[in-house]
Write a protein that binds this ligand. Structure first.
Ligand code: FES
Length: 106
């Protein structure tokens, strides 16, 4: 068993994001239908919480509310300025109704 349990699927409504702390790192966990994604919660442009932004379900992205950079939930790469650097991407796993996020330290 690896990863930290962050909660249950019911904690994150479809199409929304929630912020969690895993190993001291702020993580945005995003739900699109029954798919879950976990990325670093801090925009790489300024210190803004991405989980407060809008989930773009079709594009599998989340948009920073401050200046509109959208980050891929699959790669962490921004697809639009002003952010130019990616956010980290983490493994998120579902076991029954429980969600686990794994943070690997380099
Ligand atoms: S703070 Fe996120 S795009 Fe500027």
């Amino acid at each position: 068993m690896s990863g930290q349990r962050i909660g249950t699927v019911a904690d994150i409504p479809p199409g929304e994001a929630r912020r969690f702390e895993v190993d001291g790192l702020p993580i945005a966990v995003v739900r699109i239908d029954d798919d879950f994604y976990a990325i670093g919660d801090v925009c790489t442009h300024q210190d803004i919480s991405l989980s407060e932004g809008e989930v773009l379900a079709e594009e599998r992205q989340i948009e920073c509310w401050k200046h509109g950079s959208a980050f891929s939930l699959e790669t962490g790469q921004p697809s639009s300025l002003p952010a130019t650097r990616p956010v980290p991407v983490f493994d998120v796993r579902r076991e029954g109704d429980d969600l686990f996020v794994e943070v690997r330290h380099a």
